[in-house]
Design a protein around this ligand. Structure first.
Ligand SMILES: Nc1nc2c(c(=O)[nH]1)N[C@H]1C(S)=C(S)[C@@H](COP(=O)(O)O)O[C@H]1N2
Ligand SMILES: [Mo]
Length: 335
């Protein structure tokens, strides 16, 4: 079944917070934010249980304080359609992987400690003019749109979400890489005081990911800055994270502070930890097992039965050509 859903709030009520309620809460939170009570409210939120209602309010509370809130929602690009319903917002924003805040799925509250301003993005390495740009200036320059994307974690769970953001190609065009550049290396923020996971010295911080320039300029490569028609929640990678839906989730680096253009293939965080299990390409393929489990099927968040996993996560028509000159086995295209 082809499902075309325009916006998160057009979902049945069982799946999303109705917009009216959302707006009311948001203006309330804005009023609170205007006074010195904000920290107190944050403390209360942190202390409350993880019931769905509290979870929704806390998630909204964090984006009410986001200065980019006025930019969203943005118009949906109808080119990217889903074969399944959108994942419930409460699931996508409370079941996360973000090792900077701990290795469990339940880090959404801890992630609220991340300050989003000032947030400076460095664009450097093999480029005509290295630059540092504040996130709000970057957002103002980039063509924002919404896309419905599937997301497939290497751990065999998946979801389908509406990201807002801009094509990564727009960032590459802004960077004007030299002809010698072949890869983009991306780096996550480092701040042990707010990201307690970064105190775990056995991990090779900061989190790093990389793409070839051909991948980064493929139309599907997207820098996501929003989710469900609102600013990106901190736990999902605010203020900017990568979305390359034909690749396993660990490639989708969150909290990016640097895009470095280089002629050296970057070694990513997970590749450094266990290269035999998490390779550079990490393209989704149901027929190539992870060394410790099958990738044939996936557990869709909120759905009981497992569903078959698709080659390139169903995005082969956009990306298969990128890999036609590589050897699937020798080059380890699929891990
Ligand atoms: N910086 C950073 N980025 C990260 C991760 C991480 O631990 N740190 N986890 C990755 C993994 S394994 C997945 S599946 C996705 C999860 O994104 P989500 O929480 O928005 O679903 O983020 C990816 N990006
Ligand atoms: Mo993942």
């Amino acid at each position: 079944m082809l499902v075309r859903i325009k916006r998160g709030w057009e979902l049945p009520e069982s799946q999303a917070t109705p917009e009216g309620v959302f707006l009311k809460r948001r203006s309330l939170l804005k009023a609170v934010a205007a006074g010195p009570l904000l920290l107190g409210a944050g403390g209360l939120l942190a202390a409350c249980d993880d019931g769905p209602a509290q979870v929704a309010e806390a998630a909204e509370g964090s984006d009410a304080a986001d200065p980019s809130a006025g930019l969203y929602p943005v118009e949906q690009n109808p080119r990217y359609t889903l074969d399944r319903p959108l994942t419930e917002e409460n699931l996508a924003t409370t079941y996360n992987n973000y090792y900077e805040f701990g290795s469990s799925k339940n880090i959404w509250q801890k992630a609220q400690a991340l300050p989003l301003r000032p947030w400076t993005v460095a664009i450097d390495g093999m480029v005509e003019q290295p630059m540092e740009i504040g996130i709000d200036d970057l957002l103002a320059k980039m063509p924002l749109e919404e896309r419905l994307y599937r997301h497939r974690c290497v751990e065999a769970w998946s979801m389908a979400v509406p990201y807002s953001g801009f094509p990564m190609k727009a960032l590459v065009d802004l960077a004007r890489p030299l002809s010698s550049a072949r890869y983009v290396k991306m780096v996550t923020f480092e701040d042990r005081d707010v990201a307690s996971g970064q105190n775990a010295a056995w991990y090779p911080w900061p989190y790093i990911e990389g793409l070839t320039l051909a991948e980064a300029t493929n139309e599907l490569a997207f820098i996501a800055t929003g989710l469900y028609g609102k600013p990106m929640p901190k736990q999902n990678g605010a203020p900017l994270r990568l979305a390359v839906p034909w690749k396993y989730g660990f490639k989708h680096i969150k909290g990016i502070v640097r895009f470095e253009f280089t002629d050296q293939r970057p070694v990513s965080f997970w590749e450094e930890i266990q290269g035999s299990e998490y390779g550079f390409w990490a393209n989704v393929n149901p027929e190539v097992s992870h060394p410790r489990w099958s990738q044939a099927t996936e557990r869709v968040l909120g759905v009981d039965e497992r569903v078959p996993t698709l080659l390139y996560n169903g995005y082969g028509e956009f990306v298969a050509d990128l890999y036609k000159d590589l050897d699937p086995v020798k080059d380890r295209l699929y891990i």
